[in-house]
Design a protein around this ligand. Structure first.
Ligand code: PRP
Ligand code: ZN
Ligand code: MG
Length: 210
C-alpha cells in the first residue's frame, strides 16, 4: 500500500501548531526534535520535518505529497501546487518597516532606497505595482538588524506579534500581503483517496474549533 508524505516546518512559528493539528487528526507519531522523518503508526503517512522555505518545492516536485506552509512562502517560491485547505493558524503579514527615528512617511520616499528582505519576489511585484524603484537586498535571515547595521534603509519581513520589529527599533510602515498556514498538495494529489481522507479529518478538526 502507498505511504503518503507530508512536509511540515522543522522549527519556527508553524511547527507546534502543525504538529498539534496532525495529532488532533488522530495520527500517532513521535515528535523528536532530532529526527527529520517520523512514521505515523496508525495511518500510511510519514512526516518530514523541513525548513519552511523548502516545503513548496518538495511538494511541487512530488517528493512530499502534502505540505503545511505559510502562503507567503508559496507566493515567494512561485511554485505550481494545489491549495487544499486554509488552516486558520500562523496568521501574519508581510510588511515594510523603517527605523523609528526615520523621516520616511510616504511610499514615494522609498525610491532609490535600499530595502532588505527574504521576500524579493513578492516585494519586487509590490513595488512595481506602486511604481517605486528601490534597491532590493536579498538576505536569508535576521533581516530586522540590517537598518541598524547600515545595510539598508528599510526592511520587508513577516510580522506576527510585532515583537521582533519593536526590539530592533523598527516601526511597520506598509502592508504588502497577509498570510496564514495552508495545506498544499502536489498537482493532482487532491484525487488520491488517502489525501481525501486526511483532508476530511483536518476539516473536521477545524470545524470542531469554530
Ligand atoms: C518571522 C519573521 C520575523 C518573525 C516575526 O520568522 O522573519 O523574524 O517571524 O515575528 P514577531 O512579529 O512575532 O516577532 P519565521 O517564523 O517565519 O521564521 P523564518 O523566517 O526563519 O522562516
Ligand atoms: Zn523560513
Ligand atoms: Mg524570519
Amino acid at each position: 500500500m502507498k505511504t503518503l508524505k507530508i512536509a511540515i516546518q522543522k522549527s519556527g512559528r508553524l511547527n507546534e501548531k502543525s504538529v498539534e493539528l496532525l495529532k488532533n487528526c488522530g495520527l500517532n507519531f513521535e515528535n523528536y526534535k532530532s529526527s527529520l522523518i517520523s512514521p505515523v503508526s496508525n495511518f500510511p503517512l510519514e512526516i518530514l520535518f523541513l525548513r519552511d522555505d523548502d516545503i513548496p518545492e518538495y511538494v511541487q516536485d512530488g517528493i512530499a505529497d502534502l505540505g503545511i506552509v505559510g502562503e507567503n512562502v508559496i507566493q515567494e517560491t512561485e511554485v505550481e501546487v494545489s491549495y487544499l485547505q486554509k488552516l486558520g493558524f500562523g496568521k501574519c503579514s508581510l510588511k515594510i518597516a523603517v527605523p523609528n527615528n526615520n523621516t520616511i512617511t510616504s511610499l514615494d520616499q522609498l525610491n532609490g532606497k535600499a530595502i532588505a528582505t527574504t521576500y524579493p519576489v513578492i516585494l519586487g511585484k509590490y513595488l512595481k505595482e506602486k511604481g517605486i524603484q528601490s534597491d532590493i537586498r536579498t538576505i536569508s535571515g535576521s533581516v530586522e538588524i540590517s537598518p541598524g547595521l547600515g545595510l539598508s534603509d528599510a526592511i520587508c519581513d513577516l510580522v506576527s506579534t510585532g515583537g521582533t520589529l519593536k526590539s530592533n527599533g523598527l516601526a511597520p510602515f506598509a502592508d504588502v500581503m497577509s498570510s496564514e498556514a495552508v495545506l498544499i498538495g502536489s498537482k493532482g494529489s487532491e484525487n488520491d483517496d488517502l489525501v481525501k481522507e486526511l483532508i476530511q479529518r483536518i476539516q473536521s478538526v477545524l470545524r470542531a474549533k469554530e
